[in-house]
Ligand binder design. Structure first.
Ligand SMILES: [Zn+2]
Length: 699
C-alpha cells in the first residue's frame, strides 16, 4: 500500500504496516482494470505573483460519513483534489520569505491533508463491503497519488524548502526538514523536465498496476470441494460442525485463513492438503504474472531515471540497511545461524513422515505443517487442537486489551461512532483523561475483504491538529470461535503496530509523527509484543476453555518447549521470501523468470521444493507494497529480540520498563533515527547477538 516511493517518504500516513508474523499467503480476486492513466496534472507552477500571497494552512477533516457511498466518496475526492491542487499552486508560486512557521507549516498541512483522504480511500478500498465503494476508493487513491507525485517532483517547493534556515529549530523540526529534502532527492526532483515528466507518468502508472496486483489477490478465493465428511478426517470437531455439507452433499473449503490453516495442519489426507495448498498458491495466477512484470519493469525504469542501478537500491537508500548488498549479506548471516537447526528439524520431520510412509524421500511443502503438528504432539505433548480450546476470540480480544492497558498504563474504552460494517468495533485509548488515539477492530473474514492481517491507517496523529486513528484488519473466527495459538500471536503483533501508531502520533510534523520511522524498524515493536503470548501471568488471565478452565501452566511450558522446534525451518522460509523479494528488484527484470526464481530461492534457503504447477509470486502481496524489502521483517525481528532483553531482565510486566519503551522508542516517532532510540532504551548499542543465539538454538 505504497503508492510510490516519493509519497511514501513524504507522507508517513500512507504507511500500511502490513504484517503477518509468518507466512504470507494471500489471494485476491480480480476486477476490471480501472484507472485511465490521467494526464499528469500541471496545476503546479502558475502565474507570477505580484501581490503578497497568503499561504494556506489547512488540515482536512475526514469522517466516515463523508465516504459512505461511492458517489459521496468520489465527490469528496474531486473537491478535495481541487483544494489540494490550489494549495500546492500557492506554494509553488510563493515568492516571499520562506520560514518554518509560514512556508513549511503550510506545506505540512498540505501533506497531512493529502495523507488523510488517501489513507481513508486506500483503507476502505481494502475492507469496505461494497465493491463499488472499494473501486471508488482505489480511484480516489490514484487521483491523489498524482498530487503526491507532482509534489515530490516540484522544483519550486524543493528549492523553497532547501532555503529554510533550521539551525535554531527544535530537533524534531530539523529532522523533518532533512527527511523532506532526502525524499525530494530520492524522487528525482533534480532531473530535467523531460525526465521528471516520465517519472510522473511512471509513478501514476505504477499506482494503478500495484492496485491491480493487490485486487487480483484480494478477489481470488478458491474452493476445494469435498465429497463427504470423511474427507475432513483429522480436523477438530468444531471445524467440522461449522462446515456442514451443502444441498448437493458436498463440503466446501476455501482458501481463506480460517478454512485453510486448520486444514493444512490437521487434515489426514495428503492428497487433499496438497490440493488445497495448490489452489492457494495459484490465486491470482495467471493474471498477476503479467501485472508483476509490469510492476517490475516500471519500477526498474523509475530507479534508473532517478540515478540508481535498480529499484532495490532506490528503496533501501533511506532504510537502516542502506543498500541491497547489506540486505544480501544480512540474509546470508541468518542463513548461517540457522544451518544446524534447519537440518536437524527437517530430519526429525522426515523421520516422522517415514513412520507413515516408509519410502518417503523428502518432506513436501503440503506435509510440513501436518507433520510438524504430529512431532509437536508426540515429542512435546503439545496438541494444538487442545490449545485452541483456550483461545476463543472474545476472551482473547478482551485479554489483549487488558494487557495493553496494564502494561502501558492506559485505558481503552468503547468509542461510539459509525463504522463500515456491523462486525467492526471502535475504541479509544486514553492516558488519564487525555485521549491519545482511536481505533477500529475489523477482525473477521467477509467477501472482498483484505485477507491477511494488517494495521490500516486512517489518520496520522499530529500534535495539536489531529488524533491518530487506525484499524486492525484481521481474519479471525468470531465470537466464541476458537483461534489457533498462532492467530493469537498475530493479534498481538498487529496490536504492536497499533500502540506504535497511537503513542508516536503526537509529534509536530507529518513526516516524523506516527510510524514515520525507518521502514525496516517498523516491524520491531509488533514482533516484540508477540513475546507476551508466552508469559503465563499474562495469558492465564484470558486463556480459558468454555467450561471456565484456565490454561494450565504445564501446557504453556510444553508449548514453550515446542516453540523452537521448526524455528530454523520457518526462518529459512522467511529468508527465501526475502531473497525472492530482493532478487526480483535488484536486477534488470527483463532477464527474470519469476517461476524459476521462486523455485531457486526455495531450494537455496529451504529443504522444500515449490509445489509443481504453483505460482506463489502471483499472490505474494508484499511484492507490491514491500517491493524489494521483505527482509525488513527479519531485520526488525533481530532488533525486537534485542529490545526484549531488557524486559526479560527486568520483567515483562515491569511498568517502568514499559513506560521507558513507550516514551523513548514508540513515542519519539520518527523524530530521531531508530537506532538511536533503541540504543537509548537499552543503554548500549544494538546487538544482533540475542537473535543469532535464539536462531542457533543457544537462546
Ligand atoms: Zn507487522
Amino acid at each position: 500500500m505504497k503508492p510510490n516511493q516519493l509519497i511514501s517518504l513524504m507522507i508517513a500516513t500512507l504507511l500500511l504496516a502490513a504484517c503477518e508474523p509468518s507466512t504470507p499467503t494471500d489471494t485476491p480476486a480480480d476486477t476490471p482494470a480501472d484507472t485511465p492513466a490521467g494526464t499528469p496534472a500541471s496545476a503546479a507552477s502558475t502565474a507570477p505573483v505580484t501581490a503578497v500571497v497568503e499561504l494556506p494552512v489547512r488540515y482536512s477533516v475526514i469522517e466516515l460519513s463523508d465516504l459512505d457511498s461511492p458517489p459521496k466518496l468520489t465527490a469528496l475526492c474531486e473537491s478535495e483534489n481541487q483544494l489540494l491542487r490550489q494549495h500546492m499552486a500557492s506554494l509553488e508560486s510563493y515568492a516571499g520569505k520562506v520560514t518554518v512557521d509560514g512556508y513549511y507549516k503550510s506545506l505540512d498541512s498540505l501533506v497531512t491533508s493529502l495523507g488523510n483522504l488517501t489513507a481513508y480511500a486506500q483503507s476502505l478500498s481494502g475492507i469496505h463491503p461494497d465493491p463499488q465503494l472499494r473501486t471508488a476508493g482505489e480511484n480516489c487513491a490514484q487521483l491523489l497519488a498524482k498530487i503526491g507525485t507532482d509534489l515530490g517532483l516540484s522544483r519550486p517547493i524543493y528549492e523553497a524548502v532547501s532555503q529554510l534556515d533550521i539551525s535554531n529549530e527544535a530537533p524534531a523540526t530539523q529532522r523533518s526538514v532533512e527527511k523532506t529534502l532526502l525524499a525530494y532527492r530520492l524522487s528525482g526532483v533534480d532531473k530535467d523536465e523531460a525526465t521528471r515528466q516520465r517519472i510522473r507518468e511512471l509513478n501514476n502508472e505504477l499506482v494503478s498496476v500495484g492496485q491491480t496486483f493487490d485486487r487480483n489477490i484480494r478477489d481470488d478465493v478458491r474452493t476445494l470441494v469435498l465429497d463427504s465428511v470423511a474427507d475432513l478426517a483429522g480436523l477438530p470437531q468444531d471445524y467440522i460442525d461449522a462446515r456442514p455439507p451443502g444441498e448437493d452433499g458436498k463440503i466446501r473449503i476455501t482458501t481463506q485463513y480460517p478454512d485453510l490453516l486448520p486444514f493444512v495442519t490437521y487434515a489426514e489426507s495428503d492428497a487433499l492438503r496438497k490440493e488445497l495448498l495448490t489452489l492457494n498458491l495459484n490465486r491470482a495466477y495467471p493474471q498477476n504474472k503479467e501485472v508483476l512484470e509490469q510492476l517490475l519493469a516500471g519500477r526498474f525504469e523509475l530507479a534508473r531515471l532517478i540515478g540508481f542501478n535498480n529499484y532495490a537500491e532506490l528503496v533501501t537508500a533511506d532504510k537502516m540497511v542502506g543498500s541491497p548488498q547489506r540486505v544480501s549479506s544480512f540474509l546470508e548471516e541468518l542463513k548461517g545461524y540457522t544451518s544446524e537447526v534447519n537440518d536437524r528439524d527437517y530430519n526429525i520431520l522426515l523421520e516422522r513422515l517415514r513412520q507413515d510412509q516408509p519410502d518417503a524421500e523428502r518432506v513436501e511443502a503440503w506435509q510440513a505443517a501436518y507433520i510438524t503438528e504430529k512431532v509437536q504432539n508426540e515429542k512435546f505433548q503439545v496438541d494444538s487442537k487442545k490449545t485452541r480450546e483456550f483461545f476463543n476470540y472474545n476472551n482473547t480480544r478482551d485479554g489483549i486489551l487488558t494487557m495493553v492497558q496494564d502494561l502501558f498504563q492506559v485505558q481503552i474504552r468503547p468509542w461510539q461512532t459509525e463504522t463500515w460494517h456491523a462486525d467492526v468495533e471502535s475504541y479509544e485509548l486514553l492516558d488519564g483523561e487525555r485521549v491519545l488515539g482511536r481505533f477500529y477492530l475489523d477482525m473477521h473474514p467477509r467477501e472482498g475483504k483484505y485477507q491477511h492481517a494488517a494495521m490500516f491507517p486512517f489518520t496520522n496523529g499530529i500534535e495539536g491538529v489531529q488524533l491518530p486513528l487506525a484499524a486492525l484488519v484481521c481474519n479471525f473466527p468470531a465470537g466464541t470461535g476458537l483461534m489457533q495459538h498462532s492467530e493469537v500471536i498475530t493479534f498481538l503483533h498487529e496490536f504492536g503496530h497499533l500502540v506504535h501508531w497511537m503513542f508516536a502520533g503526537h509529534q509536530p510534523w507529518s513526516n516524523v509523527s506516527g510510524i514515520a520511522t525507518e521502514w525496516d524498524f517498523v516491524e520491531a515493536p509488533s514482533q516484540m509484543l508477540q513475546e507476551w503470548v508466552w508469559d503465563y501471568p499474562t495469558i492465564s488471565r484470558f486463556a480459558k476453555a468454555s467450561d471456565g478452565q484456565v490454561i494450565p501452566e504445564e501446557l504453556l511450558n510444553k508449548m514453550i518447549a515446542a516453540r523452537d522446534f521448526g524455528l530454523g525451518m520457518a526462518t529459512r522460509r522467511q529468508l527465501s521470501l526475502a531473497a525472492l523479494s530482493l532478487n526480483l528488484y535488484n536486477q534488470d527484470p527483463a532477464t527474470i523468470d519469476p517461476d524459476e526464481l521462486t523455485q531457486r530461492m526455495s531450494r537455496e534457503f529451504t529443504h522444500f521444493e515449490a509445489i509443481p504447477g504453483t505460482h506463489f509470486y502471483a499472490n505474494f502481496g508484499h511484492l507490491n507494497d514491500y517491493s524489494a524489502i521483505y527482509y525488513t521483517y527479519q531485520w526488525s525481528l533481530a532488533i525486537a529480540t534485542d529490545m526484549f532483553t531488557r524486559f526479560k531482565d527486568q520483567g515483562l510486566r515491569n511498568v517502568e520498563v514499559a513506560g521507558a519503551y513507550r516514551d523513548i522508542v514508540l513515542g519519539s516517532g520518527g523524530t530521531r533515527p531508530a537506532a538511536e532510540l533503541v540504543t537509548e532504551f537499552l543503554g548500549r548499542d544494538i546487538s544482533f547477538k540475542p537473535y543469532a543465539d535464539r536462531l542457533s538454538g543457544k537462546q
